[in-house]
Design a protein around this ligand. Structure first.
Ligand SMILES: Nc1nc2c(ncn2[C@@H]2O[C@H](COP(=O)(O)OP(=O)(O)OP(=O)(O)O)[C@@H](O)[C@H]2O)c(=O)[nH]1
Ligand SMILES: [Mg+2]
Length: 142
């Protein structure tokens, strides 16, 4: 859909080669494979694969269908990578959004994006305070 070139990286050397190859591009998106990030070894694997010292913005994607305590545990594990902001997904699969605020306040970090459906690229919006408040008070006349 994006119609952009794609590279697969298995080790830091591949990553550095890809960075060099695309150094003239405005944006390079880095996606990582899904793992059980309650286990530190997988986060350490990312640390060994990606050079986080690059000019890089790091987002941690969190599904709103996860339990808050489990989310907190995963965020704690990700401290070694210095997450900049969160992306909250699957807002359409729940009706309570208070967890977003709890996570933001407890970790003193903002939200980059919110997603609320499977229609790509429509079901995504910037995670502004207004957008978050709108979701929290959905259906309530103020
Ligand atoms: N309802 C709903 N489904 C979503 C949302 N975001 C993603 N999904 C669905 O969740 C599934 C997994 O999405 P992916 O984008 O592959 O998730 P991922 O975390 O990258 O998965 P891995 O790469 O396997 O770790 C797909 O079927 C998506 O359509 C959302 O906001 N709402
Ligand atoms: Mg994925």
């Amino acid at each position: 859909m994006l119609n952009v070139p794609v590279e697969v990286v298995y080790k830091l050397e591949d990553f550095q080669k890809a960075v060099k190859k695309y150094e003239d591009y405005d944006h390079v998106f880095i996606d990582t494979a899904g793992r059980n990030y309650r286990e530190m070894k997988y986060i350490e694997e990312l640390q060994n694969l990606i050079d986080f010292k690059q000019d890089i913005e790091t987002f941690l994607t969190i599904s709103m269908t996860m339990k808050e305590r489990d989310i907190q545990e995963i965020i704690k594990n990700f401290e070694i990578l210095s997450i900049d902001k969160f992306i909250f997904t699957k807002l359409d699969e729940t009706s309570t959004y208070g967890t977003i605020v709890n996570i933001m306040v407890q970790n003193k970090k903002g939200v980059a994006y919110l997603t609320y459906g499977q229609d790509v690229p429509d079901d995504v919006e910037v995670g502004s305070s207004q957008a978050i408040i709108k979701h929290i008070f959905e259906g309530i006349d103020q």
